[in-house]
Design a protein around this ligand. Structure first.
Ligand code: ZN
Length: 323
């Protein structure tokens, strides 16, 4: 039997990722990696996304919107699907209609893993068709919560390709930190700004910097005022920035701990500020979704003198529809 790779954050129980894994520990706790580096063993570096500077924008911008399916989630999905394949999984399941589904569907297609994607009935036909083109089976019924319930129900028979539940996803996003450090030749800006929903980018970058032994970088987590999942979880307001519309992030405590360790804070921005930032970025040729533009809205909140020494992450493309 393989050595345990998953450890419960709450009670310390350990288990092994097989063709399936329990999405949570028996105590209800979420998993962390016993050794995240193991998930990356022998994995070649992904083609880097550009680091962008623009005369009408402060700071530097990491263009994750230009990755394979148009979001940073490709990094997580690639590693998670690799772990699934190595564990012998032939089938996988996920519940999402956004970036996580596209990234998961592309990676699963490449690995030859049969994927079922559960989405709510309200998901537009166009989005479903994209997933079908990747070979996924799409079940569109009920609400978002119904879709999540169906996926969890199937997780006893199929590998749960969840960007929240399996730490291999965060191991994948952690590689972004090393890539940024390499592109900046080890001289990273003092402040990193990023939109935060479930935190799979935020936690990955934090882990990646720790693994690289880099300290002293401050993180700013940008959220929509309408959906302040970090400050006021459960407050299910609606924001057009779908990628960060997470009312109750399961890894909230973990995100807040990392934020406090990094001397950071949460910046909440209005829908009008997000729209203005989105329009500004498109007019500079960066076609990003609203959740990405939230990073610029957050940066505009900083005092002018601080803005030059900032790195911001453009997390997702706006070409894919849906905000
Ligand atoms: Zn536990």
């Amino acid at each position: 039997m393989a050595a345990p790779d998953l450890r419960c954050r709450a009670c310390g129980e350990e288990t092994v990722t097989g063709p399936t894994y329990p999405p949570r520990c028996r105590c209800g706790g979420l998993w962390e990696a016993v050794d995240a580096g193991r998930y990356l063993d022998g994995l070649p570096a992904a083609p880097p996304t550009p680091l962008w500077e623009d005369r009408e924008l402060p700071g530097r911008w990491k263009r994750e919107d230009l990755s394979r399916t148009g979001s940073f989630k490709d990094r997580g999905a690639e590693v998670l699907v690799r772990v699934a394949a190595q564990a012998g999984a032939r089938r996988a399941v996920l519940d999402s209609s956004g970036s996580a589904a596209l990234a998961g569907a592309a990676a699963a297609a490449e690995a030859g893993i049969a994927l079922t994607v559960h989405v709510p009935a309200s998901v537009p036909t166009e989005k479903r068709s994209t997933l079908v083109l990747f070979g996924a089976r799409v079940v569109a019924e009920g609400t978002r919560a119904d879709a999540a319930k169906r996926a969890l129900g199937e997780a006893t028979e199929a590998f749960y390709l969840s960007h929240v539940h399996h730490p291999a996803f965060m191991a994948g996003t952690s590689r972004l930190a090393g890539e940024i450090l390499g592109q900046l030749r080890g001289r990273p800006p003092a402040t990193w700004v990023m939109p935060v929903g479930n935190g799979s980018l935020f936690l990955g970058l934090d882990a990646g910097l720790r693994a690289a032994g880099v300290s002293g970088i401050r993180f700013l987590a940008v959220q929509a005022t309408a959906c302040p999942g970090l400050r006021a979880p459960g407050n299910a307001g609606t924001t057009a920035a779908a990628g960060i519309a997470i009312a109750d992030p399961p890894r909230r405590e973990e995100i807040l701990q990392a934020l406090s360790r990094r001397d950071g804070e949460v910046l909440e921005v209005s829908e009008a500020e997000i729209d203005r930032a989105r329009d500004h970025l498109w007019r500079r040729g960066a076609a990003v979704e609203r959740a990405s533009a939230a990073a610029l809205a957050g940066m505009w909140r900083l005092p002018e003198r601080e803005r030059a020494d900032v790195l911001a992450v453009l997390t997702g493309s706006g070409h894919r529809g849906g905000g």
